[in-house]
Design a protein around this ligand. Structure first.
Ligand SMILES: Cc1cc2nc3c(=O)[nH]c(=O)nc-3n(C[C@H](O)[C@H](O)[C@H](O)COP(=O)(O)OP(=O)(O)OC[C@H]3O[C@@H](n4cnc5c(N)ncnc54)[C@H](O)[C@@H]3O)c2cc1C
Ligand code: SF4
Ligand code: SF4
Ligand code: SF4
Length: 393
């Protein structure tokens, strides 16, 4: 039995491993640090179910003609500040728990591994806020969700489009009590890169990490920063131009092979809600952008529309034209990212040197990047960065 033939054909969603009644499939790390299904031929009885649930082989997009698009922001200012864009996730997740439901989102474990977790405790929801630009470990999340659904619980799942598609395929129609949010996504770097990054940051700052954010708004929404607070009181923040992890992510050198041939690129998704960054708030609404962050929201289903109707008081929002939003800010909804020409080499000699040496070798951060970031930081410290951004428009 073979489920996929090339790595481009496996997004690592775990649907196959979760469905196998013989426990014949284990998700195993490859040399780049991404998980792929490995079949134990001794246990496999060739039933073919794993291939049937694979969302890459069976990508079914449900056509829903009443899709609606909004630009949204949570009314909770602290939540907007702590979230990546307009903080769409927290209010809807709190509402689910108030209804007696469970929420599944992405957080860090105590070693800073990026994982999917299930909770029905409101106080744990804040850990799910904010994008973590690393492939999350789903482990046995799908089978736990199935158990909850089988006992008539409501579940809200959030993840990448391929994770949502994999979950829906795995459930094979048992999804009346499931609501899904997907984030528009151009790729997921490997957990191995992430481990190397945090290990080097700990060494450089001689401390453990207390708190970390991939897209902090310390310098405003339009100048996102990796921000780290260390236990020894030291503070680090750098933009995507000069932070090692972010430059690998945005430089398109570190994502999973399937991300460069993504089968989930379509404005129609199988989720109920699709969210993505809103960079063009002013162009779309004609109003001033206060640089605090807004989220593009596409409501993808009847169920999604009914739910949004019930909780829209939690958000400031304007209805928007779907096509205009996608054209201005959402190219990654429809197109796969183009890989860096040295993508394969990047992971091939990854273990032979430090990440800083590696980033230098592949020219991911240039002297010009350092100079631009240094100027931005000076403007920020002089409290005139916002003024400069307004001048630039
Ligand atoms: C890997 C990745 C790539 C992305 N790429 C793009 C892009 O190219 N263009 C774009 O416009 N937007 C992209 N996004 C989405 C963007 O970063 C924001 O999530 C979006 O603007 C919504 O912000 P928010 O404040 O409303 O969300 P928040 O309220 O901050 O909620 C974040 C949500 O993302 C989920 N999440 C966090 N990390 C992960 C992860 N590793 N895997 C799966 N789910 C996760 C959380 O569970 C939560 O539901 C990406 C997100 C991720 C996770
Ligand atoms: S063919 Fe059936 S038994 Fe074999 S790995 Fe796939 S699901 Fe498991
Ligand atoms: S895409 Fe998902 S279901 Fe398909 S082979 Fe990969 S892990 Fe299995
Ligand atoms: S780009 Fe496609 S394959 Fe990669 S994580 Fe996103 S949805 Fe999955």
């Amino acid at each position: 039995m073979e489920i996929f033939s090339t790595k481009e054909d496996c997004c690592g969603c775990t649907a196959c491993a979760s469905i196998c009644a013989k426990n014949a499939i284990e998700m195993v790390k490859d040399e780049e640090g991404f998980l792929y299904p490995h079949i134990d031929t001794e246990k496999c009885v060739n039933c073919g179910l794993c291939a049937k649930v694979c969302p890459v082989k069976n990508n079914r997009v449900e056509k829903f003609t009443k899709q609606k698009a909004f630009i949204v922001r949570s009314h909770n200012e602290e939540n907007v500040n702590a979230s990546t864009s307009g903080g769409f996730f927290l209010p809807i997740a709190e509402w689910f728990i108030d209804q007696g439901g469970y929420v599944v989102g992405v957080c860090y474990d105590n070693k800073l591994n990026v994982i999917h977790k299930i909770t029905n405790k409101k106080e744990e929801l804040i850990d799910f806020r904010g994008s973590k630009y690393v492939q999350s470990n789903l482990a046995d999340t799908f089978s736990k969700i199935r158990k909850l659904l089988n006992s008539n619980q409501k579940v809200l799942f959030s993840g990448t489009p391929c994770q949502v598609a994999g979950l829906k395929q795995y459930l094979r129609g048992n999804d009346q009590n499931l609501w899904c949010i997907d984030v528009v996504c151009h790729g997921v770097p490997s957990p191995k890169l992430w481990e190397k990054y945090i290990s080097e940051m700990r060494t450089e700052y001689e401390s453990n990490i207390k708190d970390i954010k991939f897209r902090s708004k310390v310098m405003g929404y339009h100048t996102g920063n990796m921000e780290i607070h260390f236990e020894n009181g030291k503070h680090y923040y750098n933009t995507a131009r000069t932070d090692m992890m972010l430059s690998c992510f945005f430089g398109e050198i570190s994502s999973r092979p399937s991300c460069y041939h993504c089968r989930f690129k379509n404005i129609q998704h199988v989720s109920d809600f699709t969210i993505y960054d809103c960079w063009s708030y002013s162009k779309i609404t004609g109003k001033k952008d206060d640089d605090k962050g807004w989220t593009h929201l596409i409501v993808q289903s009847e169920k999604g529309l009914e739910t949004f109707e019930q909780l829209k008081e939690c958000y400031e929002f304007v209805e928007a034209d779907i096509r205009k939003g996608v054209n201005l800010d959402g190219s990654m909804i429809e197109k796969s990212a183009k890989p860096h020409p040295k993508r394969a080499e990047f992971y091939r000699d990854f273990d032979t040197e430090t990440l800083s040496e590696h980033v230098k070798k592949y020219g991911l951060i240039t002297k010009r990047d350092y100079a631009i970031d240094a100027i931005k930081k000076i403007l920020f410290k002089l409290h005139i960065l916002q003024f400069a951004k307004n001048l630039k428009g």
